[in-house]
Every structure is written in C-alpha cells, then in structure tokens.
Design a protein around this ligand. Structure first.
Ligand code: ZN
Length: 138
C-alpha cells in the first residue's frame, strides 16, 4: 500500500527510489565490491554503501524532474542547494565517486549517460575528460 501524501514524495521516499536504492546495494554485493567502511566525508551517510545508493537515487529522482534531492541516510530531508549541483556534489565527494569508477567503470559510465539535471557521474566524466566524452560519439 502506498501512503497517500497528497502527491508529495519526500526525498528518497518514493517506491521507485526505495527499490532502486536497494538494487544498488544488491548490485554491489553481487559484484563483490560491497564494502562497509566509515564514511568520514559525511557521518550522516552512515557508510559508503549508503552514500552510493543515495547518490544513484538522487540521479533517478532528478531524472524524474524533482528538484529536492535526498540529503543523507538519516531521513528524508532535502539536500542543501549548495550541494544540489552536479559539479559541487562531485567536488564534495570526489574520492568515493572516483573510487566507484575504478571498481565498476562500465556501470558508472552508464549512470553518467543519464540525462538528469543532477548527475555527479556525468560531472566526474567531464572532470576527467574535458574532451568530448565517448558517449558523445555514439
Ligand atoms: Zn541503504
């Protein structure tokens, strides 16, 4: 049963967002790259796996047209405006995002190709490759 919230879906709380979040966990577990270290960049993410799942959720949420994104793993509050830009978010979390590219490059490149206002994976590709990306040549 989907609760009626008068059409409002809090950041990270839509059924599709929740399913996608869990699928990111499952993908990383099945791929043998699931890890559970502390996430010192933001303790409210709890660990790096929650950070990854929330970041993918937010790309999906943005693709659907939402402007308010999920801030962290401690609830469903909105990400600050200063971090809601793809480049700002990538710069803030460059190390864990780059690490994901190193371990699951094909997956991250697919994410980078998603046309969404918020897409730090796309920002990462542009930062690493100021020339036209391979995707532009498809
Ligand atoms: Zn989770």
């Amino acid at each position: 049963v989907i609760a009626n919230k008068g059409g409002k879906i809090d950041p990270g709380d839509g059924p599709g967002e929740i399913l996608l979040h869990e699928m990111v966990h499952a993908l990383r577990m099945l791929s043998g790259v699931f890890s559970d270290p502390n996430f010192t960049a933001n303790p409210h993410m709890d660990d790096v796996e929650e950070f990854y799942a929330i970041t993918v959720q937010d790309v999906y949420r943005s693709e659907r047209g939402f402007l308010q994104l999920r801030r962290d793993h401690w609830g469903h509050q909105a990400l600050s405006a200063s971090l809601s830009g793809s480049n700002a978010y990538y710069e803030e979390y460059k190390d864990p995002i780059d690490k994901w590219f190193e371990t699951q490059k094909a997956f991250c490149l697919e994410l980078a190709s998603v046309r969404a206002k918020f897409n730090p994976f796309h920002a990462a590709v542009l930062a690493k490759n100021p020339e036209p990306t391979p995707m532009a040549h498809r």
